[in-house]
Ligand binder design. Sequence first.
Ligand code: DLL
Length: 435
Amino acid sequence: MGRYFQPEIESASRQEILDIQNQKIVKQVRHVYDNVPYYRNLMDEKGVKPEDIQSVDDIKKLPFLSKADLREAYPYGLLGTDLKNCVRIQSTSGTTGKRVVAFYTQNDVDLWEDCVARAIVAAGGDKGDVCQVCYGYGLFTGGAGLHGGSHKVGCLTLPMSSGNTDRQIQFMMDLNATILCCTPSYAAYIGETLAEKGYKPEDNKLKAGIFGAEPWTEEMRHNIEKSLGIKAFDIYGLTEISGPGVAFECEEQSGMHINEDHFYAEIIDPDTGEVLPDGSEGELVFTALDKEAFPLLRYRTRDICVLSREKCSCGRTLVKMCKPRGRSDDMMIIRGVNVFPSQIETVLLNEGYTPNYQIIVDRKNNSDTLDINVELTPDKFSDIISENVKKERKLESAMRTMLGIGPKVHLVPPKTIVRSEGKAVRVIDKRKLHD
Ligand code: DLL
């Protein structure tokens, strides 16, 4: 059993966690009702009063908040305290539309950093570790969150931010980094570049990586673990709810423990809003239980996943969420079939290709088309066209089995697909341009 950053919470009994949640929710709903007129109106419209919420069981009576509400209330409409009590602003990466800004009091920052510290310790981090943070610094929560958590644990923190891969590698090697924090797509790129520079996985001192901010498959995990010679841990979070550290993986590497003393999780049917029992797949909804500045209740994340309360061998009692399959809006509907980019990644890596690919969706003659550009490594690259065509057909057939529809696969020469230093953009949906 590994170490914990806050053992009293991380291994509390289910009853203790429930007691904490029940006590916090009553206070938090009162805080929001009194201080956030936007949400008070939503509650009034639904006919719910703060006194109707006596425990987390009553949360289902509350109205949902969606990204549309956040945009409507932009920038100050969901603020739960006077601006002069706020010490920080962070913002979403804006991959799916206008940015959202989130506010933090000092207490909010402290609790957020505790959550990230739990993740770092769960990944084996401790004083004496050298933690290289190559998530972007700035408005994005990745850099700030991992940086703060690393300080709390007492690691020597390398605040690299993203990009400049040559310098990342130089610092990693010269300063003996032991923990790498970045998006999984950037970790794969760093691994690829290390190999190109002639380094073997055992040449670096890394032992663990804390990777998140985008969906990634188990196959991608194996790929990164092999290329860097580390154990790769998943970390989940979103700006609206604080940032990275809402949930984190332990040594069991089978789903992420949600920091339930701060964030109450529900799974709902995205179409009807009905709360689904544990074990069902649906949209993840979070209620922040003690945030002061940006206290969202029942926020619909659009992330699709499953919750599990099965006992974990790490001893943590916090509920686990599976790897999200991607946002509901990442899901592509192609000729009526639901397709997630992660399914395509699984096939490619299983067939021995690298995670350098791009998905292009379009509509031609009133029918959807799906094209996948897949990069070849120099050793797989062939000048003989018929050999490449054979490989393309083989991949197309494996894709058809996985997806239920047939894409067109195009093998492209090494180094022709742009590498990602932050969140990878894997899908180009040209249909949206025609609409
Ligand atoms: O991505 C926060 C973060 C930073 C998480 C660093 C982990 C590490 P946003 O930019 O607001 O915040 O994007 C949040 O990214 O709703 C998910 O759709 C996706 N996401 C985040 N972590 C994961 C993950 C940060 N581990 C959105 N797996 C979320 C899959 C993830 N998707």
